[in-house]
Every structure is written in C-alpha cells, then in structure tokens.
Ligand binder design. Structure first.
Ligand SMILES: O=P(O)(O)OC[C@H]1O[C@H](OP(=O)(O)OP(=O)(O)O)[C@H](O)[C@@H]1O
Length: 199
C-alpha cells in the first residue's frame, strides 16, 4: 500500500504508510495535453500527405503501436481521411546492440499487410532518444520494399541524446532529460491513462 500526493510543481511523490519517501516522478504531459498534441500531429500529417493514397503509417513495436493507432483513429474519424494503411514493425533483432544484453530478448509481432515499395513511409514511435531504434527500423523495413521516402513522427523527442544523425519530421514535445531519467509514455488502453512522465 502506498499513498500518493500530487504536489503543485507537477512532481508526484510517493510515500510509504510510515511516511518514508520512495520515489518521485514528474508529469510532462497530461491527458488533455496529449490529446491536443495528437490532433496537431494528425493535422501536420494531413498537410503533407493529403489523402494518404501514397502514404503508409508504420508503428514501431511495442509502444509506438498505441501512438500509431491513435493517430490513425483521429485521421479517419475526426478528419475523415479514408482507409489509411497502418502496419506494425518489430525491430528487436535489427538493433545494433541486440547481442549485448544479458536477458533473452522477446520479439513483438510485425504486421505489415502491404508493400512499401514506392510508398511514403511514416515511422511512428512514442519516444526518440538515441535514435538506435529508428536506425534499426530503417534496416527492418527494407524487407517490405523500397519506400520513396521515410519520415519520423514521435510524441517525445529527447533533445541532446542522439547517438545517430536522426531527427523527427513531426514531434509532439521536446524534452530535456538526463541519461538516468526515463521518459514513460502511458496510454489509456494499456496503462489506464494517457500521460507522459519523467521518472
Ligand atoms: O531512440 P532510442 O534510444 O532507440 O529509444 C527509443 C525507444 O525507447 C523506448 O523504448 P525502450 O526500449 O526504452 O522500452 P520501454 O520504454 O518500453 O521500456 C521507446 O519506446 C522507443 O522505442
């Protein structure tokens, strides 16, 4: 059991019943802010891709999937863009560091039911940090054809943290976080709320 106290400076402090502080996390984006940003990102995509007839969306597994599904839903339901092609790409075994960990890796499902040959591909992920996931995605997508163009949409861009020359084309929010901090993006369908925390 723990009690939760929301402080006025956007930090959430957790205390044990005997009042020992155990951790804190800062809320970077509330559900309302996430919703506003998702609509802006959807509009930016429409501005560039119009009817999406030559464009496919690819959500990166595991957590880019939720963002990609949300963007698709907004485009179709609120902005009446018809039948957007959306796939999900797992990059686990394409990472340049996949043999370096001690734990056995668990892959997620890749589900791309279309060719990306000559299509404009938009990668969608929740966080851009070192850029290594996107680097792996660029390799992995080659199995599905040769896109005419690849762009990147990310909800959170961790500034000054890149290991590779990769930048987002569409970004929700830039965040300055130091290396031992984690940016956690929560989705209501998976985590019970829409929110972004710095932990
Ligand atoms: O630019 P990169 O350094 O590759 O980081 C970006 C990736 O990091 C996060 O996943 P992470 O592997 O941290 O997993 P988790 O958040 O689901 O624990 C996030 O979902 C991105 O896919």
């Amino acid at each position: 059991m723990r009690n939760e106290l929301v402080a006025s400076n956007n930090f959430i402090y957790f205390y044990t019943p005997n009042n020992h502080f155990i951790m804190s996390q800062k809320i970077l984006l509330t559900a309302k802010e996430v919703n506003i940003i998702l609509h802006r990102l959807a509009c930016q995509l429409i501005e560039k891709h119009l009817d999406f007839s030559e464009t496919v969306l690819i959500g990166l597994q595991p957590r880019g999937k939720f963002l990609a599904e949300r963007i698709k839903q907004i485009l179709e339901q609120e902005y009446k863009v018809a039948s957007i092609q959306l796939g999900f790409l797992d990059i686990t075994f394409f990472r340049d560091d996949f043999r370096r960990g001690e734990k056995p890796l668990e892959a997620n499902k890749t589900q791309i039911d279309f060719l990306v040959e000559n299509k404009k591909v938009v990668f969608i992920d929740d966080v851009l940090y070192t850029g290594r996931s996107i680097n792996a995605a660029l390799t992995a997508i080659q199995s599905f054809g040769r896109p005419s163009e690849v762009e990147l949409l990310t909800l959170i861009d961790r500034r000054f943290s890149r290991h590779l020359p990769i930048q987002p084309d569409y970004r929700g929010r830039q965040v300055d976080a130091i290396n031992n901090e984690k940016v956690k993006v929560c989705w209501i369908e998976n985590d019970g709320e829409d929110a972004v925390y710095l932990i």
